[in-house]
Design a protein around this ligand. Structure first.
Ligand code: HEC
Length: 146
């Protein structure tokens, strides 16, 4: 008796595992996430301290890079209303208190350096670390000007 039922149970178990993975794959394919599933927040042990003081020179340098590379999407004053904003992606407002990927200087640095989406690309190959910190210092002034 047991001999004839065992393979049947095994087959049923295998096919239900298979069905579950097909459903999971279908769900994943049908709903591409707007934001990465894991926000790039750093754990406390990984927090990067901003080594570049926010002097007028630093902010001015950051602004130059911003105008050159970021304004087209993020807008003149950081409201997310740049000329390319209509092209897709949900562009965040830098002047509010909402930071999708963490609000510390180190969080902003990581977003800019490593990127988060097809729209918000990594800038590691276009900006060196010091320039990224200058840009972070400039972004902070946008919120202050609100
Ligand atoms: C092609 C359009 C585009 C360009 C160019 C662009 N960004 Fe973004 N940026 C986005 C989008 C879209 C997001 C939102 C990403 C998401 O969905 O999480 C974003 C997110 C960010 C965030 C995270 C905001 C938050 O709430 O945490 C920062 C910081 C940022 N961008 C800085 C920059 C800087 C600095 C530059 C230029 C060096 C730049 N971006 C260039 C489209 C752009």
């Amino acid at each position: 008796m047991t001999r004839s039922t065992r393979p049947g149970r095994l087959a049923a178990a295998v096919s239900s595992v298979f069905a579950a993975s097909v459903i999971a794959a279908a769900l994943a394919a049908s709903a591409p996430p707007l934001h990465p599933p894991e926000p790039q927040r750093q754990t406390e042990g990984q927090v990067l301290e901003n080594p570049v003081p926010a002097t007028a020179d630093s902010v001015a340098t950051g602004r130059q890079w911003y105008v050159f590379m970021c304004r087209e999407c993020h807008g003149n004053t950081g409201l997310g209303d740049g000329d390319m904003a209509h092209a897709g992606g949900d562009i965040p407002d830098f002047t509010d208190d909402v930071w999708l990927h963490g609000s510390r200087d180190g969080d902003l640095f990581r977003v800019i350096k490593e990127g988060v989406t097809a729209d918000m690309q990594p800038y590691a190959d276009r900006l060196d670390d010091e320039d990224i910190w200058h840009v972070v210092n400039y972004l902070r002034t946008l919120a202050d000007r609100r």
